[in-house]
Structure formats: structure tokens, C-alpha cells
Design a protein around this ligand. Structure first.
Ligand SMILES: Cc1cc2nc3c(=O)[nH]c(=O)nc-3n(C[C@H](O)[C@H](O)[C@H](O)COP(=O)(O)OP(=O)(O)OC[C@H]3O[C@@H](n4cnc5c(N)ncnc54)[C@H](O)[C@@H]3O)c2cc1C
Length: 386
């Protein structure tokens, strides 16, 4: 085990930080407030090879792992412009296709996901199922060689910028009971697929949608992986999602703390000492910094285990990392706003908009309560109550 990043990882961190600085918070918030998206940054990150660092080199990727992809997300977030679609497109969809896709599916999808010329959204959440994915009802039935898919998904990020969405469904013969997921790549312009935007009170350049899937006809090769591969196939994508959600939250927290610390060094209101000399200001910032670094350590452990192929170990660590990053990130943003006093809520200082956005890391892709349930049952062997 090493706590030192390789020269390549450090160089990646540095290069992505430079890209992030060229766009930054102003870019993100400008797009968010005008209802736009971050297409330019996404395209440039793709062209530079950052979006596909985790994907295999033979399909246009960088041949690295989740550790490297998390570096990219963290550094963009630290610059104030984390990309939510990185959590989805290369991390979830890219990983699932790279692991379970046929050679022709890999040829078809991975190069575009790696260079950012194509984006794939991911849809598991349904309004009547919520955190209980076993209750999803989006159903696929066979019609000759084709599949017919019907159902509805909600809170699906980035459907407006995605050419395809990886939909988690169940087959007709397993329409009830424990989920036996089947995964389909569904073009967003399919006949029978429609989506409507959900108005959010979160300032973000990534938008969420309800997706209606009404008898969408799909060719047999839209199915990724096996009909019977059970839940492992889905979790191949969900552990990367948790690692990336952690790095998204950690990046945002680092961005917020940097602003707060710089402000606390400059702002003088009592005699000639900056407010950062008062322990009432300094200690909460130090505490937030420690918590963010602890969350980062767990995220790095999860990514390392995942990249080494220890999926059980990675599952536990990815959940813990996501919990820790959600808690540390939310508290860091809150404390950063507090440090700036009234300016913490002024648009000019670039923090207030993050209050709602930082809460996302406590809710999605899996809520903090569901992680506590997971750890209670799987790590502590406590009985399940629900
Ligand atoms: C901005 C945003 C982007 C998203 N993007 C996507 C996406 O791209 N694709 C996608 O598929 N989904 C996406 N989601 C959905 C997200 O994954 C869900 O919101 C999340 O999983 C929680 O589900 P829910 O909102 O239905 O909450 P519910 O399941 O209704 O839960 C409500 C509350 O009850 C708690 N709760 C529920 N069950 C228990 C229990 N057994 N014990 C204790 N507490 C419990 C939860 O923790 C939560 O606090 C997104 C959500 C948001 C807000």
C-alpha cells in the first residue's frame, strides 16, 4: 500500500487542475443560471483524454482505473466546475459496457464515451420505487429478436445532453420479487421515449428529467450483458458511481474551503488580526479540512480496491467513502459560507450556490440512510428492519 501518488497520477492531477482553472466556477454558474450545460468543458476534457482515463486503451481510453477518473473529477470540482455526467457516462456506463458488453458493443460505445463525443445517461430511479430498486417496474419483453421496453424513470441526469441512456429494467418473467436487472442502451430519440425537465432549486448546469418509456422497440444487441447475470452486473457500475460521487463532493468541498481560508486570512474586523486568527473561525475550518481529507482517503481506498478487482472490499469502502464525502462536503460548504458572513451568500463570492448542490451528495446516488443500512447489515451483521 502506498500513500504517494505516482508521477503519472500527479501529472494528471496538475493537468486537470489547469483545465479546471481555465473554466472554473464562473463558467459553471453562468451556465447553470442561464439553463445551459457544460458542453465545452466536457468536450475539451474528452479531447484531452481525461473522461476516458478509466477505459481500456483498445477502445480509446487511457487504460487507467477509477483512481485516475476520480482524480479528474476531484480536480475539476476543486476548480468549481465538477462534471456530474462524468459520474454517469464513463464511470457507470463505460464500466458496465467494458466489463459486460460484447466486442461489438464495446466498439460501438466506448470510444465515444471516452472522448466525450457521446454521452450516456443512466436510469435506475423510479418514483414508486425510490431507494428500493427491487420495486422497479420498467419491464422488457421479447418480441421476436427485439425487446419492447416500457416504464418510467425519474431524476435522470443529463438526458438532454445524452445520445443514449442505459436503462435498468426487469424482464417480464421476473416481473415481481427480488430484482434481476437487465440493462439496455436506449437512444434518447427512440420512438416512444419522451422526457420532461424537473425544475430543481439547486444551481447546477446538469439537469434532471422524468423519462417516459412507452413500448420502445430495441434490437437484441441493445441488451448489455446477460439476461441472467443477476445483480453483479449492475454493481459493476454502482461502485464506480459511488467512488465518483465521493470525488465530486470532495472537489466541491476543497473549492469551498479554499475560498473560505483565503478570505479568513484577509478579512480584518477586530484590531489588526484577520478573522482566521480567531479559533472560533480557524477550528471549524481545520475540522472541515480533516474530515474532507479522511473522506478522500476512504475514496482512494475504494478506488484502489476496485482497480485491484476486490469488488467486495470496494463495495464496502465505496459506500463508506460516499457517506463520508457527503457528510464532510456538506459541512465544509456550510462552514465556508459561515466564514464569509454576509458575503457567503453574495453571488460575487461563489459559495451560496453550492449550499443546495452540496446536499446532493447526501441524497444521491444512494442516500446516507441507505448507506447506514448497508453498513449496519453487511459490515456489522445487524438485522434488517425494512
Ligand atoms: C440531482 C439528482 C440527480 C440524480 N440523478 C440520477 C440519475 O442520473 N439516474 C438515476 O437513476 N437516479 C438519479 N437520481 C435519483 C437518486 O439516486 C435518488 O433521489 C436517491 O436514490 C434517493 O431516492 P428517492 O429520492 O426516491 O428517496 P426515497 O427512497 O423516497 O427516500 C426518501 C428518504 O427516506 C430515506 N429512507 C428510505 N428508505 C429508508 C430506510 N429503509 N431506512 C432509512 N431511511 C430510509 C432516504 O434515505 C431519504 O432520506 C438523482 C437525484 C438527484 C436529486
Amino acid at each position: 500500500m502506498s500513500f504517494t501518488e505516482t508521477p503519472e497520477q500527479l501529472a494528471l492531477r496538475e493537468a486537470v487542475a489547469q483545465l479546471g482553472a481555465a473554466y472554473g466556477y464562473e463558467y459553471m454558474v453562468g451556465k447553470a443560471r442561464s439553463g445551459g450545460d457544460m458542453a465545452e468543458l466536457y468536450a475539451e476534457a474528452g479531447k484531452l483524454g481525461y473522461l476516458g482515463v478509466n477505459l481500456p486503451t483498445e477502445y480509446g481510453g487511457g487504460g487507467g482505473g477509477m483512481y485516475e477518473l476520480a482524480i479528474v473529477e476531484e480536480e475539476l470540482g476543486t476548480a468549481g466546475c465538477g462534471l456530474l455526467m462524468m459520474v454517469v457516462s464513463p464511470a457507470i456506463c463505460g464500466t458496465v459496457i467494458a466489463k459486460y458488453g460484447t466486442n461489438s458493443q464495446k466498439d460501438r460505445w466506448l470510444p465515444g464515451l471516452a472522448d466525450g463525443s457521446e454521452i450516456m445517461a443512466f436510469a435506475i430511479t423510479e418514483s414508486d420505487a425510490g431507494s428500493n430498486s427491487h420495486r422497479i417496474t420498467t419491464t422488457a419483453r421479447r418480441d421476436g429478436d427485439d425487446w419492447i421496453l416500457s416504464g418510467a424513470k425519474t431524476y435522470i441526469s443529463g438526458v438532454d445532453v445524452a445520445q443514449n441512456v442505459l436503462v435498468v429494467a426487469r424482464t417480464e418473467d421476473s416481473a415481481t420479487g427480488a430484482l434481476k436487472p437487465v440493462l439496455f442502451v436506449v437512444p434518447t430519440d427512440s420512438t416512444g421515449l419522451e422526457y420532461t425537465k424537473i425544475e430543481m432549486d439547486m444551481i447546477s448546469a446538469d439537469h434532471q428529467f422524468t423519462v417516459f418509456i412507452d413500448d420502445v422497440r430495441l434490437p437484441s444487441d441493445a441488451l448489455v450483458g446477460s439476461e441472467d447475470a443477476a445483480i453483479d452486473q449492475l454493481f459493476a457500475g454502482l461502485n464506480p458511481e459511488r467512488i465518483m460521487a465521493s470525488s465530486f463532493a470532495i472537489g466541491m468541498a476543497r473549492y469551498a474551503l479554499n475560498i473560505a481560508v483565503n478570505y479568513a486570512k484577509e478579512r480584518v474586523v477586530w484590531r489588526d488580526k484577520p478573522i482566521g486568527s480567531h479559533q472560533g473561525v480557524a477550528h471549524p475550518l481545520a475540522q472541515a479540512h480533516i474530515e474532507v481529507q479522511l473522506a478522500k482517503l476512504m475514496m482512494q481506498k475504494a478506488a484502489t480496491l476496485y482497480d485491484q478487482g476486490d469488488h467486495m472490499g470496494a463495495g464496502e469502502a465505496a459506500n463508506m467513502a460516499k457517506y463520508a464525502a457527503g457528510e464532510a462536503g456538506t459541512r465544509a460548504v456550510d462552514q465556508a459560507v459561515q466564514t464569509l458572513g454576509g458575503n457567503g451568500l453574495a453571488s460575487e463570492y461563489g459559495l451560496g450556490a453550492l449550499i443546495a448542490a452540496s446536499k446532493l451528495s447526501r441524497i444521491a446516488p444512494v442516500s446516507r440512510e441507505m448507506i447506514l443500512n448497508f453498513i449496519a447489515q453487511h459490515s456489522l451483521d445487524l438485522p434488517k428492519s425494512y
